[in-house]
Design a protein around this ligand. Structure first.
Ligand SMILES: [Zn+2]
Length: 288
């Protein structure tokens, strides 16, 4: 069996977030069923703890995800400053995804410059169900999203979209349908688009279709229970150039980074599939 520590695994989807900003009822949901809460709290406050967790799990690099969703989650634009500070002395092993509020931002140009040019974020996260907006809302008059997409397209920065369901109260699940991203892929043909969670569980066929149709659409495996991966991707070799590894840890239902990784590797995928999915695609798409 392949030894993962030889591969230099990149987990592109880890939620290291300023938990002090979260609404209390959201925090309660995050805490539910977790025995190691103090350890997780330490991860959020100290990148050194995360790096040690990565070492133990045989993970080389992690993408730290934050997104602005003041109403639903409590995260304001300040979550970007948190992410910037968190990764800044560890850029060899950590990279940050930045975010702006695609509905409520009053200074999209300034915020885009701040996250991409001043703070050097390697990716942008858009969470349509939590931000209450369709990814193609520019067709109905949203002026913030096209500025963001243009800026990312010009700079070669990928945009990661949450696709699929979410358990948080008040989320608008319909915006998790990846079909809206067909418009974005057509209208911004050089924008690198990553469909986080591959549309699971409702829209995996749509996500698979879009990744095959558009050269600029990629998928990640985060938030998919590992035993479901062979069910969603029985032909995983066909997606070897399109799929990226991620866990969504410590989101609800993901106990650890290494648990998911070990379960995936044990499924016995070909070595070239593992190398691409666990590392090489992310190096290429994020320009690491
Ligand atoms: Zn996530």
């Amino acid at each position: 069996m392949t030894n993962v520590s030889d591969i230099g695994v990149i987990d592109i989807h880890v939620h290291v977030q300023p938990w002090h900003m979260m609404h209390p009822h959201i925090l309660a949901l995050m805490k539910r069923g977790r025995e190691n809460w103090d350890t997780l709290d330490n991860v959020m406050n100290d990148p050194g703890v995360l790096l040690r967790t990565m070492d133990d799990a045989g993970i080389d690099t992690v993408g730290v995800i934050n997104y602005v969703a003041p109403q639903l989650m409590g995260f304001t634009f300040e979550c970007n400053r948190f992410a910037y500070e968190y990764v800044k002395n560890h850029r060899d092993r950590l990279f940050a995804h930045g975010s702006i509020d695609p509905v409520g931002s009053t200074d999209p140009d300034g915020e885009i410059t701040q996250i991409l040019d001043e703070w050097g974020m390697r990716a942008v996260k858009v969470h349509p169900p939590h931000q209450g907006v369709a990814p193609n809302a520019y067709l109905d008059g949203n002026t913030i999203l096209p500025k963001l997409y243009d800026a990312c397209q010009t700079r070669g920065v990928p945009v990661v979209f949450h696709t699929g369901t979410t358990i948080f109260k008040g989320a608008r699940i319909k915006y998790g349908d990846p079909i809206h991203l067909d418009d974005v892929a057509c209208d911004f043909p050089d924008l690198k688009i990553i469909l986080a969670h591959s549309g699971r569980p409702l829209w995996v066929p749509t996500a698979r279709f879009l990744a095959r149709r558009h050269p600029n659409v990629y998928l990640d495996l985060s938030g998919i229970p590992p035993h479901r991966i062979p069910e969603y991707f029985p032909d995983i070799e066909r997606f070897a150039g399109k799929l990226m590894w991620g866990t969504d840890w410590p989101g609800p239902g993901v106990p650890s980074m290494d648990g998911n990784l070990t379960a995936f590797v044990k499924q016995g995928h070909d070595e070239y599939v593992l190398r691409r999915v666990l590392r090489e695609n992310a190096v290429r798409v994020f320009g690491l």
